[in-house]
Write a protein that binds this ligand. Structure first.
Ligand code: UDP
Ligand code: MG
Length: 332
């Protein structure tokens, strides 16, 4: 089984050559063919030239170059789509993950798992604005999705290609890869991995991502439980609103005839109106959702990134836009 290493890279000029050296030292241990797919996510600090150098001297280095910075999720998505290995290993390009953990993770896949994800038990990042929010987010995600997990944020993962190709990553969904894969029926397992402090370059994230993770969680929860049948969610709320409206109407009428309470001045009257409108709205939302789900499943898959060029790739995946330039082996 061949292995592809997929690395999202954004402004990691010092890290790229070191990471390449570390990977080249470790990967022969796998005893199988391998390639490294660097996804250059619009770097502006000279990373591009470093990647060109590596690709020129080593054919096993593939480069996907985005036209601009599309974010780590899009970079990951592109890497997973273009990687040719039957097993795909993802890791950060900042030397925080330990490449020496890769053989252990690939062996774990051989045991019959579809996805092995890392747990940075000894995470080497700041406590207050990184580790603490991450712990809370992981706890919340684990509760809400009912997927047992310690560390969704660890990029170091090994995934079987068929599972990886099915993942639909939008927004910042790369953090939910194990949850999404699990939903597609993948057998997932968590293993402890090493973690190093960042030595060069800067982290691209801060405390502000906590809120975005929570928003993504709402989306993921909806996707997991209701995406295919939105009426189940909105219809239930519609029924609840309808019931509240009916009860409030009943109360208004009873109070009028039994207690002589003026209907126009009765707050229950307002509640009746509000709940009835709400009920109609939710049923309509459910119907719209159902229509959307049908359009979604019938339509062509779309990409959430734009590639400027590809280095050392033989050809593009089937059906992809042929306008992307391919440099390297073929052009030479
Ligand atoms: N990254 C990327 N595009 C972005 C932001 C980050 O490709 O827009 C890459 C980055 O170069 C690194 C990985 O994603 O290889 C993780 O980023 P970072 O180390 O900043 O995240 P942290 O480890 O601090 O969570
Ligand atoms: Mg990092």
């Amino acid at each position: 089984m061949s292995v592809s290493i997929v690395v999202p890279i954004y402004n990691e000029v010092e890290n790229v050559p070191l990471l390449y050296n570390q990977l080249v030292a470790v990967l022969p241990e796998l005893n199988r063919p391998w390639e490294i797919v660097f996804v250059d996510d619009g770097s502006k600090d000279g990373t591009a030239a470093k990647l060109d150098e590596l690709a020129a001297k080593d054919e096993r280095v593939k480069v996907i170059r985005f036209r601009r910075n599309f974010g780590q999720t899009a970079a990951m998505h592109a890497g997973l789509q273009y990687a040719s290995g039957e097993v795909i290993v993802t890791l950060d390009g900042d030397l925080q993950n330990e490449p020496a953990d890769i053989p252990m993770m690939v062996r774990k896949l051989d045991e019959g798992y579809d996805l092995v994800h890392g747990w940075r038990k000894q995470r080497q990042d700041a406590f207050l604005n990184r580790k603490l929010p991450s712990k809370m987010a992981n706890w919340l995600i684990s509760r809400v999705t009912r997927f047992p997990i310690h560390d969704l944020g660890c990029t170091l993962k090994a995934i079987r290609r068929d599972i990886a190709r099915e993942l639909e990553l939008y927004g910042e969904m790369h953090r939910f890869i194990p949850v999404l894969a699990h939903q597609r029926g993948a057998r997932c397992v968590e293993v402890e991995t090493r973690h190093h402090p960042r030595r060069f370059g800067q982290t691209k994230y801060g405390i502000s991502r906590t809120l975005r993770v929570v928003l993504d969680l709402i989306t993921v929860k909806y996707m997991l439980d209701y995406f295919a049948s939105p009426m189940k969610l909105f219809g239930q709320i519609g029924f609840a609103c309808g019931a509240i409206g009916a009860l409030a109407a009943l109360a208004t009428v009873l109070m009028k005839f039994a207690g002589g309470v003026d209907m126009t001045g009765n707050p229950f009257m307002l509640l009746t109106i509000l709940a009835s409108i709400g009920s109609v709205q939710f049923f309509s939302l459910g119907l719209l959702g159902e229509v959307n789900a049908r359009i979604y499943y019938a339509s062509q898959p779309k990409q959430n990134f734009a590639i400027r060029e590809l280095l050392n790739f033989e050809k593009q995946p089937l059906g992809k836009d042929e306008t992307i330039s391919i440099r390297g082996r073929r052009a030479a």
